[in-house]
Design a protein around this ligand. Structure first.
Ligand code: ADP
Ligand code: ZN
Ligand code: ZN
Length: 731
């Protein structure tokens, strides 16, 4: 009779004890169904022991042990325990929320990869003559011939697979002429690409990384946009895959996966690849998860959650666009997938590549002080591609009409006339960000949030971009009755219609979250752009990230000034990154690129740095500022946040929390006053926060570990919610 300790999806930081007759310590990591209160719950066994403090009459037997999939690997359980300690988040919620949805249900599952059989010719198979097979085995000869033509093939190419052909294929495998593997659906690729000759810089990076391919090494691969970072990932991955190890590639958002997926599939047709992101079905995610655990897959491509995938033999982690804020989860377990990836790489003693044109200041700082190895790609890879010329248009001198200046319109006209593409970047969707009454200055605001409502066409609706609230446009000002209420400022829709007026012959397409709501819309948009069926794109940051548009020659950035003087010390870093990224879309192939920025502050250091495309100089400047102000990466932060129907309650809770801390007078810890959040109301709740700062990660963690039980013990009203956010990225 063993006592098993189970992680359950409840907000208490403890394991729950049960008895089980059939369990031993090798069952740690298995799923169990247990009685919990009046209901049943599903959980994961994290510990098996001989004794418990629960009295015998309260100790209950489990209802069922599921053995249909093998236990979660030890290193994944270690990762859960790390998240529990580091993020101060209940262990059961860490574990259960990282699992595929089907494993969280009180049901058994079947792991049968919904795969396709693939046959590959071996090197012996390449040399055997067809005549080795007796002439009467016509089908077998035909199969070998097909394989020798295609090197590898799936059932689709072999016609119908009858039990007879299946048997013949098995004979080919038995003779050592072919290999049989299972690949996931969609894997069958018809085009296979080979590696281009690496540029000198790429070759240097690849050589450095492959030389240290079997040990923990964090690499910062800092390469300008278009420098061919992907090619470096591919060639390092080739070495790892050749050692029969697996590769995990994390990307910031789901829209970037199809392009990268195609590139990896075509380069490694024989390595099964799976994609894990919010767009896959529950069953696909489960099957992908099982395949990774059984090493039926060589490459896992995914968004942040993929960091919790079990691997049989992981050999390399790549994080593309490592600075991207979407690697940080913003609710529940507020983890940073980038930081967890570093943890996993260290734990498994494998290399990790952080790739970016504009690294996060944290990673950049680690690289310049030697914690990470720093590799640079300073030039664009494709032989003719140059970095674009960047110019500011001073809005104080050159007036804009309908948001657009004459130089921008002229450049758009010229580019269109040359049959090249342009991108007009404005990071605000909708028609206008403000609806304003001319007589009394009333503006339309959200009733649930402290935000303005955005005016949207063609529905003529006002929408809140934070909570989704919407209403129709009032016919008169609700405050003074005046009918002269007007949209103010510019969004993508308004710029789009201005462009239609100015360039009636150009083919214009708007790309923002409103226009890609339909499923597969994104793929259709990419195809339209690639087939040159559009001249001018009007878009938000959706278009800024990572995509390679070879025909794009001009990028116009409309009014980026808004976030220059923000209260959040990271806003400027984020703006710089974003502008470097958008600018980097221009001139990626033969077409030289131009970037025009409409701004009222052309002399601001951010635009000066951008014009010189000097990330390093600017980053070093920002680091100096951060150091002077004692902000990350020179300090370590945690935010305690509370929300309640009225702000006073949230602030009062934080005040009590502050008073409950034992070491708040310690020198290593700085506890700031509770303040309302920059966006105070959200979705009907009012929010406040308290920032804790320390000189080292260790002293911050010590403090939080002491503080946590006091926080849990604090009385709260029924409507108050609070959470801790470790290494917060937005304040
Ligand atoms: P990044 O991710 O660094 O912005 P990409 O990986 O998208 O850059 O590469 C930019 C372009 O350069 C792509 O079209 C890619 O095919 C091409 N490219 C990369 N490496 C080479 C190379 N060694 N030779 C020729 N073209 C290359
Ligand atoms: Zn009014
Ligand atoms: Zn709202």
């Amino acid at each position: 009779m063993a006592i098993i300790r189970v992680a359950l999806d409840v907000p208490l930081d403890c394991l729950f004890d049960y008895v089980s007759e059939e369990t031993s310590s090798t069952d740690i990591g298995l799923r169990v169904r247990v009685p919990f209160g009046k209901r049943e719950a599903i959980g994961i066994i994290l510990d098996v022991c001989a004794a418990t403090q629960i009295t015998a009459d309260k100790l209950k037997p489990i209802h069922q042990l599921y053995r249909e999939i093998p236990p979660l690997p030890h290193d994944l359980i270690e990762l859960y325990r790390f998240c529990n300690r580091y993020y101060h988040h209940p262990i059961g919620q860490v574990v259960m929320n990282s699992l595929p949805a089907l494993l969280r249900k009180t049901r058994s599952v079947t792991c049968k990869p919904d795969g396709v059989l693939l046959w590959k010719l071996t090197s012996i198979g390449q040399t055997v003559g067809i005549d080795t097979i007796p002439a009467r085995s016509k089908t077998k000869r035909e199969l070998l011939r097909l394989l020798q033509q295609n090197r590898q093939t799936t059932a689709a190419f072999l016609g119908e697979i009858t039990p007879h052909t299946r048997k013949l294929l098995r004979e080919l495998v038995a003779s050592g002429w072919a290999e049989e593997t299972v690949v996931s659906r969609g894997q069958q690729t018809t085009t296979v690409t080979t590696a281009p000759a690496a540029t000198a810089e790429q070759a240097e990076a690849i050589a450095a990384m492959t030389a240290m391919a079997n040990q923990f090494t964090p690499w910062l691969l800092q390469g300008v946009t278009g420098s061919g970072k992907t090619e470096v990932y591919l060639q390092v991955a080739a070495t790892i895959l050749a050692q029969q190890k697996q590769v995990l590639i994390l990307v910031p958002e789901i829209n970037l996966t199809p392009q990268l997926e195609a590139i990896f599939r075509q380069r490694f047709p024989a390595s099964p690849l799976i994609s894990l992101h919010s767009g896959v079905t529950d069953n696909e995610r489960l099957q992908g998860w099982c395949q990774a655990q059984h090493q039926q897959t060589g490459i896992v491509l995914g968004t942040r959650l993929a960091i919790f995938t079990p691997f049989a033999n992981l050999g390399l982690i790549v994080i593309d666009e490592e600075q991207d804020s979407s690697f940080k989860q913003q609710d529940g377990l507020r983890y940073s997938a980038r930081d967890l990836a570093i943890y996993r790489a260290k734990q498994l003693d494998i290399p990790i590549i952080l790739g970016s044109a504009t690294p996060s200041l944290e990673s950049y700082y680690h690289a310049i002080n030697g914690h990470y190895k720093h590799l640079r790609l300073r030039t664009r890879a494709a032989s003719q591609a140059r970095l674009p010329a960047i110019r500011c248009i001073d809005l104080r001198i050159v007036k804009a009409q309908e948001g657009l200046t004459e130089p921008v319109l002229n450049a758009l006209r010229e580019t269109t006339a040359q049959n090249l593409q342009s991108l007009v970047f404005i990071n605000r969707r909708g028609y206008a960000p403000v609806l304003l009454c001319k007589s009394c200055r009333w503006t339309a605001t959200c009733t649930r949030c402290s935000s303005r409502l955005v005016f949207h066409l063609p529905a003529r609706q006002l929408r809140c971009h934070y909570c989704g609230y919407q209403q129709s446009v009032p016919s008169a000002c609700p405050q003074c009755g005046d009918q002269d209420i007007l949209p103010f400022g510019h969004g993508t829709q308004r710029i789009e219609s201005a462009l239609i007026n100015h360039l009636p012959d150009a083919r214009i397409m708007r790309v923002d979250r409103d226009s890609i709501r339909r499923k597969h819309a994104w793929q259709a948009i990419l195809t339209t752009i690639q087939q040159k069926k559009v001249d001018i794109l009007v878009g938000t940051q959706l278009l800024a990230k990572g995509h390679d548009f070879p025909n794009l020659a001009l990028v116009c950035i409309i009014n980026p000034d808004a976030s220059l003087y923000s209260a959040d010390f990271r806003a400027e870093e984020q703006l710089f990154t974003q502008l470097m990224q958008v600018a980097g879309r221009a001139g990626r192939a033969e077409t030289p690129g131009t970037v025009l920025i409409q701004t009222e502050f052309p002399h601001h250091p951010i635009y000066q740095a951008l014009m010189r495309q000097d990330y390093d100089h600017y980053a070093q400047q920002m680091l100096k500022d951060r150091q002077a102000m004692n902000f990350p990466p020179f300090a370590y932060q945690a935010a305690l946040r509370a929300e309640a129907p009225v702000i006073q309650d949230a602030l009062a809770f934080l005040g009590k929390a502050s008073a409950a801390s034992q070491n708040r007078h310690s020198k290593q810890i700085q506890l700031f006053d509770p303040v309302p959040a920059p966006m105070m109301r959200l979705n009907g709740m009012e929010r406040a926060q308290l920032l804790v700062q320390a000189d080292s990660r260790k002293s911050l963690q010590h403090f939080l570990t002491d503080w946590q039980p006091h926080l849990v013990a604090l009385p709260t009203g029924s409507k108050l919610r609070w959470h801790l956010d470790i290494d917060p990225i937005s304040l």
